[in-house]
Design a protein around this ligand. Structure first.
Ligand code: NAD
Length: 308
């Protein structure tokens, strides 16, 4: 039985730590908000950040409030005997809606009008620039929680949806699923390419010069996965040379995106601050995952969303 679950103060970047603590009032272990220097007595930790000090503490279990756990050292956790679980499964709706928003903005020119509004400027886009999503196609690269959330919303908007998956089995709301080996030919057809794969050794730099060059000149690249899945230098080059038509980016090689990044100044780029999954309900979803895994642990079952 767990005695104390720490909620690491780093979760404060996503929601109020007290909100999660209060939502977990009903479970047996004590739940308290902790800092890295104050992990004594905790046998489990719910966290956003990773610190090597976690390996020195007496933790049995760490739960990441993010789906992406690329910042965690799997081998070191395994050899220390710490179980790692992640928050895959809870972001399909929020990220799906954010991606739908990016696509609608490009189709209807909303970000241009919002920019003009700052200058009190009444100026329509050229007659042949706006389009409607129902006549367009989207290629979703990675069909897990995020990818399926995007596909469902794109399908509801009447778009032609294709996807790329390591094992190309049928997926709801996706017209055709192609194997990863066909990535370059699959992205070539789409007006929008949405990247939703985890960052791993195999996906780092997955979208680089070759893939960007294969895309349509009016295509928009959307990255809601991790910055390093995309070669950001190659992307800037593709945008500057008109190889592709635009980008919507929530994640970057370096976060926060440095003030001198050329991406900030590009009219055909939407930058959001790693906020695609944000929702006021986030802490409740984490509470549900943590509560379920406390129950599983008590009942001797394997933990859900176990990574290590
Ligand atoms: P998930 O585990 O549900 O889905 C990931 C999918 O990618 C799986 O289906 C997996 O098979 C597939 N995949 C892995 N490698 C692939 C490859 N080479 N080609 C094609 N498919 C591949 O995870 P998720 O919840 O959908 O999240 C995916 C990633 O998105 C996370 O790891 C995280 O890095 C990122 N993410 C970002 C935000 C945000 O706020 N922007 C929010 C949640 C997740």
């Amino acid at each position: 039985m767990l005695s104390t679950i720490g909620i690491h103060e780093s979760v404060g970047a996503v929601f109020r730590p007290e909100a999660l603590r209060d939502a977990l009032e009903d479970i047996d272990p004590d739940v308290r908000i902790v800092s890295t220097g104050d992990l004594g007595g905790c046998d489990a930790l719910v966290t956003l950040a990773y610190d090597n000090a976690f390996l020195e503490a007496d933790l049995e279990w760490i739960h990441s409030i993010q789906a992406g756990v690329d910042r965690f050292p799997f081998d070191a956790l395994e050899s220390t005997g710490i179980t790692l679980t992640n928050s895959t499964g809870i972001h399909g709706d929020a990220v799906g809606e954010t991606v739908a928003g990016y696509m609608l903005s490009f189709a209807r020119g909303l970000h241009h009008y919002r920019d003009n509004e700052a200058d009190h400027e009444w100026d329509r886009q050229d007659w042949d620039v706006p389009f409607t999503l129902g006549e367009e196609s989207v290629c979703v690269v990675g069909l897990g929680t995020l990818g399926r959330g995007v596909a469902a919303r794109a399908d509801a908007l009447g778009m032609d949806v294709v996807g790329v998956k390591r094992t190309p089995i049928p997926v709801d709301h996706v017209g055709t699923v192609y194997p990863s080996g066909e990535l370059k030919t699959t992205v070539a057809e789409a007006r929008f390419v949405v990247v939703t794969v985890p960052l791993t050794d195999r996906t780092e730099g997955l979208i680089g010069t070759a893939e960007l060059s294969a895309m349509r000149s009016d295509a928009v690249l959307i990255n809601v996965a991790r910055g390093r899945v995309l070669d950001q230098t190659a992307l800037v080059d593709a945008l500057e040379t008109g190889t592709i038509g635009g980008a919507a980016l929530d994640v970057f090689e370096t976060e926060p995106l440095p003030a001198d990044s050329p991406l900030w100044g590009m009219e055909n780029v939407i930058v959001t601050p790693h906020a695609a999954a944000a929702t006021g309900a986030y802490y409740r979803r984490i509470a549900t995952l943590v509560r379920e895994n406390v129950r599983r642990r008590d009942d001797g079952e394997g933990l859900a969303n176990r990574v290590v």
